[in-house]
Design a protein around this ligand. Structure first.
Ligand code: KDG
Ligand code: MG
Length: 402
C-alpha cells in the first residue's frame, strides 16, 4: 500500500485552515491538520514543495519510519513549521492505518482508558458581571470545567476577551492588531474575579485561567499564590516557557497547578519541565508537536513524572486536529482535560466529523480511522485570506519583551 497522492488544501470557512490529504494506490484516504495560526502558508509551502514529493511511493503503513525520515532526514530539526508539517503527515497515516484495520485510531493506541473526554469551555467578559453570566451559561450546558478570562480595568483590550461569546478569534486582522498590557493592573484585577466566580458557583466547578505568557516567574508566583484560595484547576502559560528553569521560581512560591505548552513543537521544549516536575499539565497538541506519534512520546514521558495532558483546542485547530486529539485523550493513562471551543457552522460543513459534545465531554467517533474528513468542494468555496495574531506592547509602547 503505497502513497499515491499528497494534496494540501488551504481554506477559510470562517478562519484559515491547512489540511493534508493523502491517498494510497488502493484509494484509501487519510487527513491531517497542518494549521499554524498566522503562518499558514509557510506550512502549506513546506508540505507542497519539500514533503509531498518525498511521500509519493512510500509505504503508507510505515508511520514511525516516515516520522523519523522526515524529522531526522531534513537535517534542520524541530520548529513550528517543520513539526506541523510532519504532524499532518503522521496524523493522515494514522487515519489510513485505522481505516485499513477497520478500527478507530484509539483502538490501535491501546483502547479506551475512559468513556469520554472531559473538556473545558471559555467564559469571558469585559466585566465580572458579564463573566458570571457566561460561566452560568456553560454550567447550564453541562460543562464541568470553565476557563475564565476578564477585561482588566484601564486596558483597552484584553487577550481572550471577545465580543463573540461562543469562541474568540485572536487572529483578527490582515496586519497584527496592537494591544497594551499592564502587569500591575492585571495583578490587582484578577483575584477578585475568581473570588466572585467561586462565591457564585461553589467549590466543585473546575476553573482555569490563561495568562498568555505575560508575566515573569516571580510575578507568576505572586498571582498563583493570590489565586490559591479559589482552588484553580490550572493557571496556564504564566510565563513564556523558553527558559524552562524559570519555572522553578514559580514552584517555590505557589501550589496553584501550572499548565504550559500550546506553542511547544517537540519533546525538547518540555523535557526539563516534565523531568523536574515544574508543571502539572502539558498542553502540546497533535497538530503542532509532531502528530500522534510524537505527542504520545511526550505524554509517556509526562506520565512518568505525574504530569497530565491538557491539549490546546482553540478554533485554530481544525476538526481534523480535534478528532486526532480525542483519539489520544481517550486512550492515554494520564489524561487531564481537553480544551474545546466549538467551530463555526461553515467549518463543521467543510470538515464533517463523528465526534460530538454531550454532558461536559467530547465523545470520539467510533468510525475507522480518525472519524473526520474534508469536503473539498465545500472547502473551495472559502478562499484563504491573511489573518494575524495581535502584537502585545507594554504601556510605554515597548513590544512585550518575553
Ligand atoms: O493560535 C493561538 C490561539 O489558539 C491561542 O491564543 C489560544 O491561548 C489560547 C488558548 O489557550 O486557547
Ligand atoms: Mg492558551
Amino acid at each position: 500500500m503505497k502513497i499515491a497522492d499528497a494534496k494540501v488544501i488551504v481554506c477559510r470557512p470562517g478562519r484559515n485552515f491547512v489540511t493534508l490529504k493523502l491517498t494510497t494506490d488502493d484509494g484509501i484516504t487519510g487527513v491531517g491538520d497542518a494549521t499554524l495560526n498566522g503562518r499558514e502558508l509557510a506550512v502549506a509551502t513546506y508540505l507542497r514543495e519539500h514533503v509531498a514529493p518525498l511521500l509519493i511511493g512510500r509505504d503508507a503503513a510505515r508511520i514511525e519510519d516516515t516520522w523519523q525520515y522526515l524529522f531526522q532526514g531534513a537535517y534542520w530539526r524541530r520548529g513550528p513549521v517543520t513539526m506541523t508539517a510532519i504532524a499532518a503527515v503522521d496524523t493522515a497515516l494514522w487515519d489510513i492505518k485505522g481505516k485499513v484495520a477497520g478500527l478507530p485510531v484509539y483502538q490501535l493506541l491501546g483502547g479506551r482508558s475512559r468513556d469520554d473526554v472531559t473538556v473545558y469551555g471559555h467564559a469571558n467578559g469585559e466585566t465580572v458581571d458579564e463573566v458570571l453570566t457566561q460561566v452560568a451559561g456553560y454550567v447550564e450546558r453541562g460543562y464541568r470545567a470553565v476557563r475564565v478570562q476578564c477585561g482588566i480595568p484601564g486596558l483597552e483590550k484584553t487577550y481572550g476577551v471577545s465580543a463573540d461569546k461562543l469562541f474568540y478569534e485572536p487572529a483578527d486582522a490582515p496586519r497584527p492588531t496592537e494591544t497594551r498590557w499592564s502587569t500591575r493592573r492585571y495583578l490587582t484585577a484578577i483575584p477578585p474575579v475568581f473570588a466572585r466566580v467561586r462565591d457564585q458557583f461553589g467549590p466543585h466547578l473546575a476553573l482555569l485561567h490563561d495568562v498568555h505568557h505575560r508575566l515573569t516567574p516571580i510575578e507568576a508566583g505572586r498571582v498563583g499564590a493570590s489565586l490559591e484560595p479559589y482552588g484553580l484547576y490550572w493557571l496556564e502559560d504564566p510565563v513564556p516557557a523558553d527558559l524552562q528553569e524559570g519555572f522553578r521560581i514559580i514552584r517555590q512560591h505557589t501550589t496553584t497547578p501550572i499548565a504550559v505548552g500550546e506553542v511547544f513543537n517537540s519533546i525538547w521544549d518540555c523535557h526539563q519541565l516534565i523531568r523536574e516536575q515544574l508543571i502539572d499539565y502539558i498542553r502540546a497538541t497533535v497538530v503542532h508537536a509532531g502528530g500522534i506519534t510524537h505527542l504520545r512520546r511526550i505524554l509517556d514521558l509526562a506520565a512518568l513524572h505525574h504530569v497530565r495532558s491538557g491539549s490546546h483546542g482553540a478554533t485554530d485547530l481544525s476538526p481534523v486536529g480535534m478528532a486526532a486529539a480525542l483519539q489520544l485523550d481517550v486512550s492515554i493513562p494520564n489524561f487531564g482535560i481537553q480544551e474545546y471551543m466549538p467551530h463555526t457552522e461553515e467549518t463543521d460543513q467543510v470538515f464533517p466529523h463523528g465526534y460530538r459534545f454531550a454532558d461536559g465531554a467530547l465523545h470520539p467517533s467510533d468510525e475507522p480511522g480518525l472519524g473526520v474528513d474534508i469536503d473539498e468542494a465545500a472547502a473551495a468555496r472559502y478562499p484563504y485570506a491573511p489573518a494575524y495574531l495581535p502584537v502585545n506592547r507594554l504601556e510605554d509602547g515597548t513590544v512585550h519583551p518575553w
